[in-house]
Design a protein around this ligand. Structure first.
Ligand code: NDP
Ligand code: GDR
Length: 374
C-alpha cells in the first residue's frame, strides 16, 4: 500500500529534503506552498512532476498555516497517513520583529493542523510530526540538553514553538493520537536559507573571495551551536513516525562549535587564512594568507569580517549542545556527515554560484547582490 504524506513547509530546507526522501521511499507526497509574488519553489523544482503526466507522486497545494479552513480542506482531500509540520516563520531574529505573526503561524498553526485531524476523525489513521527545536532550551538549564531538560525559551519564536511542543504532547495524551516532537538542534545544508548564520557565512565569504562583496557583517560570533546536516535530520523525522509508540526525541550531534570557528573553516575552504583581533563590537577578521585560486579578490591584510550590532538579538541563546543518546539507542541514529564536511559542501556550492556571477560581471552583466541580510 502506498503511503501518503502531507508536508507543511515543503518549499523550505527540510521540506525539500524530506520530500525527496519520502518520494524515494515510495510515498505519495503532498506539500503546502504559500502564494508568493515570485517563484518560491526553487528547492523542490528538481522533483516537481507535471500534473499532466500520469500518476504524479508529488502534489502541491496552495495554503497557509494561518488559514484553518484551507488546512482542514487539504487534510480532508489528502487523507494523509503522515503529517510533517515543518512550516514556520523560522528565523529567531525576525520573530522579535514579527512576534504576533510568528505566534499565529508557529504556535496556532500546529493547533489548527491537530484540530483538523481530530475534526475529520483521522486521529487513528494520521500520524503527526512536529518540528520542535533546541531553541526551547534557550537559557540552558542543563548541559548537554536531553529530552528531560527543562525548557527556557528566549525569543517569540521559541515561545511559539513551546506552545506547539506542548499541544502536540497534549493531543497525544488527550486523544491517543500518534503525535510526536523532534527536538532538532541546528541543521544546515547548501539549501539553508541565506539569512541563517552558516549560509550567511559561506555565501558571504564566497562572494567576497570572488570580488562581489567587500565584507561580512556579523552579530554574536561567540555563540555556540551543535550543527548537523539537514539530510541526516530529515531521515530521523520519518523514523520517529515509524515506531510502535509515539515519543519525543532530541536530534543532535553532541558536538559544539562557535560561529567564529565556522567562519574560520569556511575561509579555509576558500584557501584563506584569517586572524581575529579586537574585542566586542571592534572585533575584525583579517586575511593573513591566500592559497590556491578560489579567492582572486583577496590579499593579505584585507579585513573581511566586522561586527555590526544590528545582528545582536534582544535576548540571545549563547550555547546549545544536544545529547542524542535516546535517538541513537532507539532509532539507530548515526549522522553520516560531520559539520566540517557540511561546511565544505556549503562553501563549494556557494563558490560555484559566486564564480558564475563573477564571470557574468567580468563580461559587463550586472549581478545584483540581494540586499536581504539576517
Ligand atoms: P525554512 O525557513 O527553510 O522553511 C520554512 C518553511 O515554512 C518554508 O517552506 C516556508 O515557506 C514555510 N512557511 C513559512 N510561513 C508559513 C505559513 N504562514 N504557512 C505555511 N508555510 C509557511 O525552515 P527549515 O526547513 O530550516 O526548518 C523546518 C522546520 O523545522 C521549521 O518549523 C523550523 O522552525 C524547524 N526547525 C529548524 C531547525 C533548523 O536548524 N533548520 C532546527 C529545529 C527546528 P516559504 O518557502 O514560502 O517561505
Ligand atoms: P538560530 O540560527 O537562531 O540558532 O535558529 P541562526 O543561524 O540564525 O543563528 C545561530 C547563532 O549565530 C548567531 N549569529 C548570527 N545569526 C544570524 N542569523 N546572522 C548573523 O549575522 C549572526 N551573527 C551571529 C546568532 O545570534 C545565533 O546565536 C535556527 C533556526 O533554524 C531555527 O528555526 C531553529 O529552531 C534553530 O536554529 C534550532
Amino acid at each position: 500500500m502506498t503511503k501518503t504524506a502531507l508536508i507543511t513547509g515543503i518549499t523550505g530546507q527540510d521540506g525539500s529534503y524530506l520530500a525527496e526522501f519520502l518520494l524515494e521511499m515510495g510515498y505519495e507526497v503532498h506539500g503546502i506552498k504559500r502564494r508568493a509574488s515570485s517563484f518560491n519553489t526553487q528547492r523542490i523544482d528538481h522533483i516537481y512532476q507535471d500534473p499532466h503526466e500520469p500518476n504524479p507522486k508529488l502534489h502541491l497545494h496552495y495554503g497557509d498555516l494561518s488559514d484553518t479552513s484551507n488546512l482542514t480542506r487539504i487534510i480532508q482531500q489528502v487523507q494523509p497517513d503522515e503529517v510533517y509540520n515543518l512550516g514556520a516563520q523560522s528565523h529567531v531574529a525576525v520573530s522579535f520583529e514579527s512576534p504576533e505573526y510568528t505566534a499565529d503561524v508557529d504556535a496556532l498553526g500546529t493547533l489548527r493542523l491537530l484540530e483538523a485531524i481530530r475534526f475529520l476523525g483521522l486521529e487513528e489513521k494520521t500520524r503527526f510530526y512536529q518540528a520542535s527545536t533546541s531553541e526551547l532550551y534557550g537559557l540552558v538549564q542543563e548541559t548537554p540538553q536531553r529530552e528531560t531538560t527543562p525548557f527556557y525559551p528566549r525569543s517569540p519564536y521559541a515561545v511559539a514553538k513551546l506552545y506547539s511542543y506542548w499541544i502536540t504532547v497534549n493531543y497525544r495524551e488527550a486523544y491517543g493520537m500518534y503525535a510526536c516532537n523532534g527536538i532538532l538542534f541546528n541543521h544546515e545544508s547548501p539549501r539553508r536559507g541565506e539569512t541563517f548564520v552558516t549560509r550567511k557565512i559561506t555565501r558571504g565569504l564566497a562572494n567576497i573571495a570572488q570580488g562581489l562583496e567587500d565584507c561580512l557583517y556579523m552579530g554574536n560570533i561567540d555563540s555556540l551551536r551543535d550543527w548537523g546536516h539537514a539530510k541526516d535530520y530529515v531521515r530521523m523525522q520519518w523514523l520517529m513516525l515509524q515506531q510502535n509508540a509515539p515519543e519525543d526525541f532530541v536530534i543532535a550531534t553532541g558536538k559544539q562549535y562557535s560561529v567564529r570557528q565556522f567562519i574560520e573553516w569556511s575561509a579555509a575552504e576558500l584557501g584563506v587564512s584569517l586572524e581575529f583581533s579586537g574585542t566586542g563590537v571592534d572585533e575584525v577578521a583579517t586575511v593573513t594568507a591566500v592559497q590556491g585560486d578560489n579567492a582572486p579578490a583577496l590579499k593579505q591584510g584585507d579585513v573581511i569580517m566586522r561586527i555590526d550590532p544590528q545582528y545582536f538579538r534582544p535576548a540571545e541563546v549563547e550555547t546549545l549542545l544536544g545529547d542524542p543518546t535516546n535517538a541513537k539507542t532507539k532509532l539507530g541514529w548515526v549522522p553520516e556527515l560531520t559539520v566540517q564536511e557540511m561546511c565544505a559542501e556549503m562553501v563549494t556550492e556557494d563558490l560555484k554560484t559566486a564564480k558564475r556571477h563573477a564571470l557574468l560581471k567580468e563580461h559587463g552583466m550586472d549581478v545584483p547582490v540581494s540586499l536581504e541580510n539576517g
